[in-house]
Design a binder for this molecule. Structure first.
Ligand SMILES: C[S@@+](CC[C@H](N)C(=O)[O-])C[C@H]1O[C@@H](n2cnc3c(N)ncnc32)[C@H](O)[C@@H]1O
Length: 333
């Protein structure tokens, strides 16, 4: 068995924050520290490794084909906008920039910019804001039906680690969001609310003058998101390619993520001037933009066990990434 690394700084920073806040912090604040503290955070401290040696896979790591396909989409967006001067693609949450390399290998003349934690969004943007698995990585609030009404699950210290603590909702926007949901709640039902996603949609609406927002992530529309069959919500942790629900284990050493409520992205996008033009699953979407390329690969590699064939299967098959991942395109202007 390999020994687990302990991130003492993440532990200390979380404790410090809890004490400074009178004994408890929201789960979103906890995620902010363990994922995004400048030195101790899982992402910002350089601990996140995506791929076979790391904690989980994403589509850019599955194959350079993903970037090749997206390059075609970006070129189509440029064409649709009439080749405007200054057309740029801005990728949110690119991690180490693998996808940018793959896109530029296919379309080297694209102005392709990266926005990681702490970088500012450009203003007056004409082009496309793109992201793959960005929304699911934003800090979320945890809420629970207890005593017949919604309460928030905070984080408190317990022994050497941390534990849940119930309290009133910390932000009036939570109340507003929860009162909108068309569901009869059962006692004990838990879920997450991504207020930062709402804020980001507002920012994108301001940043984008003309063009598209292309979001790829795992998630559901609202009716499915808040299904009674998911009474504990979708919050989960990834550590060395295994899933767990030990949210307080390995602070700063494991990923924490929640599925995306696409209905909320669509609604808040609309308020920011972004009209949805496409919502589908990744499998259908990639077949739509890549059919000719898939045909060419299929003919060229017929009868072989090629990497390209495996990658196509991985990206589009409904039981792999094809159905769990959704694609939302919104248009500004
Ligand atoms: C799940 S990873 C996905 C990485 C990459 N897009 C991929 O598909 O392999 C989420 C990424 O979003 C970034 N991220 C989270 N919050 C962010 C923020 N506020 N601004 C920019 N990037 C952010 C993280 O640092 C991380 O690189």
């Amino acid at each position: 068995m390999t020994a687990e690394r302990l991130n003492i700084q993440a532990l200390c920073e979380t404790r410090k924050k809890i004490r400074a806040n009178g004994g408890r912090i929201t789960f979103a604040d906890f995620m902010e520290v363990v994922l995004y503290h400048p030195e101790a955070g899982y992402y910002t401290g350089g601990r996140a490794v995506i791929g076979p040696q790391g904690d989980y896979f994403t589509s850019p790591g599955a194959s350079p084909l993903f970037g090749r396909l997206l390059a075609r989409q970006f070129l189509r967006f440029r064409e649709e906008l009439g080749h405007p001067p200054g057309f740029a693609v801005v990728e949110l949450g690119p991690h180490r920039g693998q996808l940018r390399r793959d896109v530029l290998a296919e379309a080297p003349d694209l102005d392709y910019r990266l926005v990681e934690v702490g970088d500012a969004l450009p203003s007056g943007l004409v082009g496309c804001v793109f992201s793959n698995e960005f929304w699911d990585a934003l800090p979320v609030h945890r809420v629970k039906v207890a005593g017949g009404h919604w309460q928030e699950i905070y984080v408190r210290e317990e022994g050497e680690g941390f534990a849940d603590a119930l309290g009133p909702l910390s932000d009036p926007r939570l109340e507003e969001y929860l009162s909108d949901l068309p569901v009869a709640w059962m006692e004990g039902y838990e879920t997450t609310v991504n207020l930062q996603a709402q804020e980001w949609m507002g920012r994108l609406g301001l940043s984008l003058e003309r063009g598209f927002v292309l979001n790829i992530d795992y998630g559901f529309e609202r009716a499915e998101y808040f299904s009674p069959q998911r009474p504990k919500g979708t919050l989960r942790c990834y550590h060395r390619h295994t899933l767990n629900d030990e949210y307080y284990a390995r602070p700063g050493e494991q990923d924490l993520t929640a599925h995306v409520d696409f209905t909320s992205l669509i609604d808040t996008g609309r308020k920011a001037g972004l009209e949805p033009v496409l919502f589908t699953d990744q499998g259908r979407y990639l077949v739509g933009i890549g059919l000719e390329l898939f045909r060419e690969i299929s003919e060229r590699t017929a009868g072989q066990l090629s990497r390209e064939r495996q990658a196509i299967h991985q990206l589009i098959h409904p039981s792999l990434m094809g159905n769990a991942f959704k694609v939302l395109i919104q248009k500004e202007g």
